[in-house]
Design a protein around this ligand. Structure first.
Ligand SMILES: [Zn+2]
Length: 408
């Protein structure tokens, strides 16, 4: 059964005041990474109130709600944590009040991405209200700690068997476009050893900072070289030094170690192994006897659970003719009354896990413009919420149809 667009549009308009109220309340509950307990509870209550069939919070603290009970499992994901406020003086509004002015909602997390989760909950409510197709069930997942460790929530959901969807919609801001990929990333550390001695006679020791100096320049050069591997859709990989530090027994001594932190962005075809080998192969690294290490993430979630992982977030793309993308374009065209922009995110999302690690086709569609993410006066237009709710209500039918067409 396919839901007529006019019914979906009517309910999306009818529910818009509820989505607005819900989003404003979500913004008023601060929820930095590993501090999502209150906001998860608020979302669970909303899901229950609007008639979800099942609502649960898993061991890591993700909130998951289901409508429908068909065999095909479709997930609509939005992370529920936000970054901090930064400099409060840079804001023209209260970051934690959910102000509504001239059709725009302001506050931390408005764009990234409480608008997405608010619209998704009410998009699923539309489906439920219209009567569910018996081919699928839809899970709205409000996931934790994305800003700190993208995809960790889905490593937990997938590996622990909480949910096994066949397709995932990511509701991060796309400005109502359909996004089908982004670059991956990883964090590495390069450590060069030295030998300390009294600073008054440096020739007796080996200064680790001087050993690091040519490595730093080689990394700058390597970033330039990466331009040759540019991908037509994702662009080029990149590498930059984000921090440098050294140790010594005193400020009157030769440095006995020097460490740099690397932010590496990965384009199509670039893997963890390849990126590490690239650094290890640098002449300066070999000469300094430096070691390369991929960093670990092991912070406890608000439930107290630690679920350690490497700070490696794989690249992902889904082809433009994949049923998930075809369905998203169809759902967006219906919702917007025009063809959507099809593109990619500049930043990283939970799809590094859903698609990058586990190969679940993933596609992005979300309210708000990503330029407001992590910025002061974070914001989302109210009309985006209506369009997004329509999209989320339309996507499952479009997907089942597109996936079926693929198999005949
Ligand atoms: Zn985000």
């Amino acid at each position: 059964m396919t839901h007529p667009h006019s019914d979906i549009a009517r309910l999306a308009s009818q529910y818009t005041p509820d989505i607005v109220r819900f989003l404003r309340e979500l913004i008023a509950i601060p929820s930095e990474s590993a501090g999502e307990r209150e906001v998860a509870r608020r979302i669970a209550n909303e899901m229950t109130d609007v008639g979800f069939d099942e609502v649960k919070i898993d061991g890591l603290g993700n909130v998951l709600g289901r409508v429908g009970s068909g065999p095909r499992v479709i997930a609509i994901d939005g992370h529920i944590d936000t970054v901090g406020v930064g400099d409060p003086a840079a804001w023209r509004c209260d970051p934690y009040r959910g102000e509504l002015r001239d059709g725009v909602i302001y506050g931390r997390g408005a764009s990234d991405q409480k608008a997405g989760i608010a619209s998704a909950v009410h998009g699923a409510r539309i489906l439920k209200a219209l009567g569910m197709d018996d081919q699928y069930q839809v899970w709205v997942t409000g996931t934790v700690m994305e800003e700190d460790c993208d995809g960790l929530c889905w490593q937990y959901i997938w590996r622990e068997g909480v949910l096994r969807p066949e397709v995932v919609v990511i509701t991060e801001p796309t400005n109502l476009g359909v996004y089908r990929g982004h670059r991956g990333r990883m964090e590495m550390e390069v450590r060069a050893p030295g030998r300390s001695c009294h600073g008054s006679a440096p020739e007796r020791g080996v200064n680790a900072v001087y050993r690091m100096a040519p490595i730093a320049l080689d990394i700058e050069h390597l970033n330039g070289e990466l331009a040759h591997g540019a991908d037509a859709f994702l662009g080029k990989g990149s590498v930059t030094i984000s921090e440098i530090r050294s140790t010594s027994p005193s400020l009157c001594a030769v440095a006995d170690s020097c460490t740099i932190h690397l932010d590496r962005r990965l384009t199509r075809g670039e893997t963890l192994e390849r990126a590490v080998a690239q650094i290890e192969a640098l002449e300066s690294v070999r000469r300094a006897g430096a070691t390369v290490r991929v960093l670990d993430y092991a912070r406890a979630s608000y439930t107290g659970l630690t679920y350690p992982t490497k700070k490696y977030y794989p690249t992902w793309t889904v082809e433009a003719d994949h049923p998930a993308v075809v369905a998203a374009v169809g759902a967006a065209t219906g919702a917007l009354g025009r063809a959507p922009v099809v593109g990619k995110w500049v930043f990283s999302t939970n799809a590094v896990a859903t698609c990058g690690m586990f190969g679940i086709p993933s596609v992005g569609f979300g309210p708000a413009n990503e330029v407001h993410a992590h910025a002061p006066d974070d914001q989302c237009p109210v009309e985006h919420l209506t369009f997004a709710a329509m999209f989320y209500a339309r996507f499952p039918d479009c997907y089942v149809k597109a996936a079926h067409a693929e198999h005949v």
